[in-house]
Design a protein around this ligand. Structure first.
Ligand code: URA
Length: 210
């Protein structure tokens, strides 16, 4: 589709995703799989983070050792389903700051309604990684990125588990600078704005609601 969309079709990711899609996969397993896939997506999405060197001493030698450099990271969870991706991200990048954007989708208009916004300071100095498992219509994701940019963010990546072509197109139109990483580009949206084949409501499945 575009250079700004990366589909991570690694066999481990695809296998775990198929287990997540299956009706009847229990919430505990669903969360576990989401965490594992998130870390594999994060591995790719952070591939270009800049490194600098620090002199360290191993038991055998002194070396200039590569260490993460440059901008600090901020992870932003788009509530509530984004929370399923947050802890796995923090396990990989424990020093990252964390923000939350609370948006729910009005089921009639499918438009996002904001109910919470709290992000780290000096967002413009940070690499921001926003997480939300489902890029469906793109309405919530675009609104979340709008808010992050209003708060000063200039360098944003977006990680999701599944994307619909409609959501990707909407994001790329509104925010062409935001790189999207996903485990699958699915076929389409249905009339209710659900991704097909998808996996249903990600929040409900991970938290056992409904
Ligand atoms: N949100 C979900 O949880 N699932 C979809 O298919 C679309 C949006």
């Amino acid at each position: 589709m575009s250079h700004n969309l990366t589909v991570i079709d690694h066999p481990l990711v695809q296998h775990k995703l198929s287990l997540m899609r299956k009706t009847g996969t229990p919430s505990a397993q669903f969360r576990q799989l989401l965490g594992e896939i998130t870390q594999l997506l994060a591995y790719e999405a952070t591939r270009d983070l800049p490194l600098s060197t620090q002199q360290i001493t191993t038991p055998l030698a002194e070396i200039d050792a590569p260490m993460l450099a440059g901008k600090k990271l901020a992870l932003v969870s788009i509530l509530r389903a984004g929370n399923g991706m947050l802890d796995p991200m923090l396990s990989l990048i424990p020093s990252a700051r964390v923000g939350f954007v609370g948006l729910y989708r009005d089921e009639e208009t499918l438009k996002p309604v904001q109910y919470y916004f709290k992000v780290p300071d000096r967002l413009g100095e940070r690499e921001v990684i926003a997480v939300d498992p489902m890029l469906a219509t793109g309405n919530s994701s675009v609104a979340a990125i709008d808010l992050l940019k209003e708060a000063g963010a200039t360098n944003i990546r977006f990680l999701c588990l599944l994307a619909a072509p409609e959501g990707v197109a909407r994001m790329q139109e509104a925010h062409p600078d935001v790189a999207i990483f996903t485990a699958s580009l699915d076929s389409r949206l249905n009339e209710q704005g659900y991704i097909v084949p998808g996996l249903g409501d990600a929040g409900d499945r991970m938290f056992g609601t409904k």
